[in-house]
Design a binder for this molecule. Structure first.
Ligand code: UGY
Ligand code: MN
Length: 245
């Protein structure tokens, strides 16, 4: 409870820092016995929706919209996923990509927290639509960003033109930082998984930590430097592989 009226949350036209003390829970169609915290949505100016679902045991989740693809990453708990006639069990750091118009159902086997990215799928002429992808983040090989061994990136989805979104994790050794102030056409939705540091967004520098969410609009200048004595890590979404014309 805040008796000061202070928060690190800040919303600007081209970026937002959203901290857990300001999260509001509400129901969303398709999710039963589940509280949803919408972090990033078209209302903010984004072209995708990023939200956390907090499922009670027995809670369920389905897709209630047409032509929307989904990426879900388990943060906590055990959740069954029924898709394509198969049943999978997902635990923390398991993730799934579900192509648009793929009927599926999540069923919580315990209290579950997942972060979900929903986005309209933009088909590409002559390119097959993607298949379901299931993965476990720690098992994905990592590679250094621009030769910096202290900054390791894992690509959770295949690098293929059939995908119009990418989701990666980035792990920074203490003191590591992005090599440049990136300014690019892709927009981002980011969840801090561990550690923290300083995030530059446009002309502002923010202290950030695990649990924080960041939206970066297209062309928002961005830079991060990790602080603390343990690695810092975030999950980051971006739109890729399409002309916006
Ligand atoms: O993939 C990216 O654009 C990533 N390096 N951006 C970021 O970490 N803010
Ligand atoms: Mn970037």
């Amino acid at each position: 409870m805040s008796l000061t009226g202070f928060t690190r949350t800040r919303v600007a036209p081209d970026h937002a820092l959203l901290t857990p003390d300001t999260f509001i829970r509400a129901p969303l169609p398709g999710w039963v016995n589940t509280a949803c915290i919408v972090h990033i949505a078209p209302e903010l100016g984004a072209r995708f929706k990023m939200y956390t679902v907090e499922m009670q045991p027995g809670g369920t989740g389905e897709m209630s919209l047409l032509d929307i693809q989904r990426f879900a990453y388990v943060l906590e708990g055990e959740v069954a996923l029924e898709v394509g006639g198969a049943r999978h069990t997902l635990w923390a750091n398991n993730y799934v990509y579900l192509p648009a118009n793929t009927p599926h159902r999540f069923i919580a086997e315990s209290n579950v927290r997942m972060v979900v990215f929903d986005k309209p799928y933009q088909a590409l002429a002559g390119v097959d639509v993607p298949q379901v992808v299931l993965g476990h983040e720690p098992d994905i090989p990592s590679s250094p960003l621009m030769g910096d061994e202290d900054l390791q990136v894992r690509l959770l989805l295949p690098e293929h033109f059939s995908f119009d979104m990418a989701v990666n994790t980035m792990t920074f050794a203490p003191g590591a930082h992005l090599p440049m102030v990136e300014t690019h056409v892709m927009e981002h939705g980011l969840l801090f998984l561990q550690g923290g540091g300083v995030y530059r967004l446009a002309d502002y520098w923010y202290t950030v930590q695990a649990g924080d969410v960041i939206w970066m609009a297209s062309y928002c200048p961005q830079w991060f430097g990790a602080l603390g004595k343990t690695p810092s890590k975030y999950l980051i979404y971006k739109d890729v592989n399409r002309h916006s014309l």
